[in-house]
Design a protein around this ligand. Sequence first.
Ligand code: ACO
Length: 310
Amino acid sequence: MSVGILGTGHYVPSNVVTNKDMEKIVETSDEWIRTRTGIEERRIAGDDVDTSDMAFFAAQDALKEANIKAEELDLILVATVTPDSPFPSVACRIQDRLGAENAAAMDIGAACSGFMYGVITAKQFIDTNAYKHILVVGVEKLSKITDWKDRNTCVLFGDGAGAAVVGKVSEGKGILSFELGANGAGGKHLYQDDKQHLIQNGREVFKFAVRQMPKSAVSVIEKIGLNKDEVDYLIPHQANIRIMDAARERLGISEGKMAKSITKYGNTSAASIPIALSEDVKNGKIKDNDLLVLVGFGGGLTWGAVALRW
Ligand code: ACO
């Protein structure tokens, strides 16, 4: 047996904010946002929906798809930089709401790479037979920490949640290899300031991401001795279409083989990879036995990737 994903889920708020709407908030244009980032619209949660609400909805969806009861969970890991509060954690909040009475629970802080850190952490507990079922959630309400007066950042982000239940799958399937990394020296390029706003040096983050994402995507494939052309589907962190395309081109795969939910949801940080995964499992783009590469990068700076046989 190996370790893989037993079910996926996601939730996005119903409130759609288009690029045209953004034109009314800051000096920007639909054309600028589309061509520089690939984003067409994003979802923004109302005051009545906090991070743990979105995490809870995505978790329910994943448990249903996995056919696992909340009581069967041993651990809940929630990747987020926008918790309802530093404590209780989002993981503890949803442990209660789900009725996951047998699960330990904690949040993980690795910014946009958080879901990758979560899945790879979950794998270790299952590999050692310490635990059987682990819920990993990536969730952000970035609208809470967005400076709505700063056009450099506010056009980029959105809210949402994605989740996966990690457990044992048949041999040859599941996670085949992984890579995690961090470069704390680059932390100054992407951080939260005293006013709690997300601040970034877009060009520096772009340079880092365009180098690291393709490198990690190729590395997890090479680690298992496979060729790049054997990759069936790529799910990169949805931050900027130009960065995503750099990873896709390095793997030498066509546009149709890459998740592209950035157009609808913008950058949802830790939620972007699990939302894309859940959507593309549900709409049939990801099929049984497909070789997937999931790769993310984010604040820290951090990065993480897995090669996974679905
Ligand atoms: N509308 C119109 N003009 C804008 C906007 C906007 N929304 N934002 C910036 N501009 C202007 C700038 O002021 C600049 O003008 P200037 O030349 O007169 O100074 C001009 O557009 C070009 O700016 P650049 O920084 O060169 O634009 P670039 O092509 O680099 O795109 C972007 C900017 C989209 C931010 C890009 O750098 C990027 O995607 N970087 C990576 C961001 C990222 O991936 N972040 C991850 C965050 S993950 C996390 O942890 C939450």
